[in-house]
Design a protein around this ligand. Structure first.
Ligand code: CP
Ligand code: NVA
Length: 301
């Protein structure tokens, strides 16, 4: 594996299978088999944006691997007062054994990873959220009984340029999974990300996109940092809500995925979100912990 996980372009299909094998073992063994690859190590968790799942799953994950998690509020660090990302990377490399970072500009994480001599894991930027999508693929494996491949069809609805959608595109490139992105023209996906990939396409018609779908996936309509665009976004994404009607067009046992937090009545209807036969969002959230423990073990031990 490479030193860092900045986007899913950093891992190969072989790496992905190694991550899943370990994540599944760690999930099975949790609480019964001791495993402390991070003993004596400290991992910095830098957050410049809000978080529930990512912060808690990384803090608990580092602790369960025997390490010391250090939560660092980016707003209280000197980087928030003008110290450069490169100087921060140099300094933290002298104290820590790994960095997990959630921030705004993707270029800052690229710079941090380039300069730091310790592994850097992207815990969400404006452009990518690789840890989330690793957990999603593990969830698909659990529910479909096989690794995501060309036999799996996913339809993503809503913000075609969100960090989640961008990362799903990279996941579909990696695995060959079929991905249809149902999004309005104004926020259609970045086509350069999937140029030449016959398994990935944009579809403006939300009903057409649902045909034969195994997994529906959506994300918030207003991502962190985009709050000023709220009104415009509520209007353009309205036709792309995932609701019961779309399930009529999909495969019979289609499932619903969401990175969370969810907004019932916006990107998903309450009926779908809370339907235990369709919604697997809490399995998905749980898998963040197991997958990230696997990634940290592989990169930081
Ligand atoms: N899905 C996700 O990353 O959730 P948080 O923003 O709560 O970390
Ligand atoms: N696209 C969302 C994902 C939250 C996990 C955001 O960036 O706010």
């Amino acid at each position: 594996m490479k030193k860092d996980l900045v986007t899913l372009n950093d891992i190969t299909l072989e790496d992905l299978h190694v991550i899943y094998d370990l994540a599944e073992k760690l999930k099975r063994d949790r609480g019964s088999v001791p495993y402390s690859p991070l003993a004596g190590k400290s991992i910095g968790l830098i957050f410049a944006k809000s978080s529930t799942r990512t912060r808690v799953s990384f803090e608990v994950g580092v602790h369960e691997l025997g390490g010391n998690p250090l939560y660092l509020d980016a707003g209280k660090m000197q980087v928030g007062r003008g110290e450069t990302v490169a100087d921060t990377a140099n300094v933290l490399s002298r104290y820590l054994h790994g960095i997990v970072i959630r921030t705004f500009a993707h270029a800052d994480v690229e710079e941090l990873a380039r300069v730091a001599t310790i592994p850097v894991i992207n815990a969400l930027t404006d452009d990518y959220h690789p840890c989330q999508i690793l957990a999603d693929l593990l969830t698909i494996k659990e529910h479909s009984g096989r690794y995501a491949d060309s036999s799996i069809k996913m339809a993503f609805y809503g913000d075609g340029r969100s960090n989640i959608c961008n990362s799903l595109i990279l996941a579909a490139k990696l695995t060959g999974m079929q991905l249809v992105i149902a999004a309005p023209e104004q926020e259609r996906p970045h086509e350069h990300l999937f140029a030449g990939c016959s398994n990935i396409r944009w579809e403006a018609d939300p009903v057409k996109a649902a045909k034969d779908v195994d997994y529906f996936y959506t994300d918030v309509w207003v991502s962190m940092g985009f709050e000023e665009e709220r009104e415009r976004r509520m209007q353009i994404f309205r036709p792309y809500q995932i609701n019961e009607k779309l399930f009529d067009v999909a495969k019979k046992d289609a499932k619903f995925l969401h990175c969370l937090p969810a907004h019932r009545g916006e990107e998903v209807s309450a009926g779908v979100m809370d339907d235990p036969k369709r919604s697997i969002v809490f399995d998905e959230a749980e898998n963040r912990l197991h997958v990230q423990k696997a990634v940290m073990s592989l990169l930081m031990k």
